[in-house]
Design a protein around this ligand. Structure first.
Ligand SMILES: Nc1ncnc2c1ncn2[C@@H]1O[C@H](COP(=O)(O)OP(=O)(O)OP(=O)(O)O)[C@@H](O)[C@H]1O
Ligand SMILES: [Mg+2]
Length: 188
């Protein structure tokens, strides 16, 4: 099968990692090969030398695009969960990767600040961090993403279902949603 990239973009705390993990689980259950390139883990391994300036974020993201390209080229679904705040950069990723599905993980900044899973917003609001996306740095919303999920309103499972349904409509996966729910319930 042909590989492709599912690129999750959104504010810190919007739910990218949570959704990406569940999505990977679903792909594996459905018999696809899928790898997850998650912002934090990949950064620790691939770019320990880099910070969060616009330049560093871009160098890191270019490395991620490169790995994603290698995976997709080998028939693996690559799930990338990276804030990727700049429109121009995501356009570059789309251009490089071709089979590229942009998922906007939409969530209000207020909810993200409330969730603050890593305590980063608190630090940014206290002035301990200077380059936090959504506080000091911009987040440029996708203009025309293939998929938008709204984590203010949808549950994690609903978000994952929305993504799988759309991937099916786009022809990237051919497993029907009905088959998945039957499998979930242990039916043939
Ligand atoms: N519908 C939802 N989808 C995803 N996460 C949700 C949803 N509703 C609530 N959450 C919660 O929001 C938090 C999202 O944190 P997560 O680490 O996934 O964000 P992130 O976008 O990966 O952030 P970062 O860019 O900092 O890595 C989790 O604690 C998760 O349980
Ligand atoms: Mg994350």
């Amino acid at each position: 099968m042909k590989g492709f990239t599912v690129w999750l973009t959104g504010l810190s705390g919007s739910g990218k990692t949570t959704i990406a993990r569940k999505l990977q689980e679903q792909f594996l259950t459905m018999g696809y090969r899928a790898e997850l390139l998650d912002g934090d883990e990949v950064r620790r391994n691939l770019s320990p030398d880099l910070g969060f300036s616009k330049e560093d974020r871009e160098i890191h993201a270019r490395r991620v695009v490169y790995i994603s390209k290698l995976l997709a080229r080998n028939g693996i679904i690559s799930i990338v969960s990276l804030i990727s705040p700049y429109r121009a950069f995501r356009a570059y990723a789309r251009e490089e990767l071709k089979d590229f599905v942009e998922v906007y993980v939409k969530c209000s900044i207020d909810t993200c600040i409330k969730r603050d899973p890593k305590g980063l917003y608190r630090k940014a609001l206290n002035g301990e961090i200077q380059d936090m996306t959504g506080i000091q740095d911009p987040y440029e919303e996708p203009v025309n993403p293939e998929i938008t999920v709204d984590t203010d309103r949808q549950s994690v499972d609903e978000c994952v279902d929305t993504i799988l349904t759309r991937l099916n409509q786009l022809g990237y996966i051919n497993t029907l949603i009905e088959e998945r729910s039957n499998a979930k319930q242990g039916k043939e």
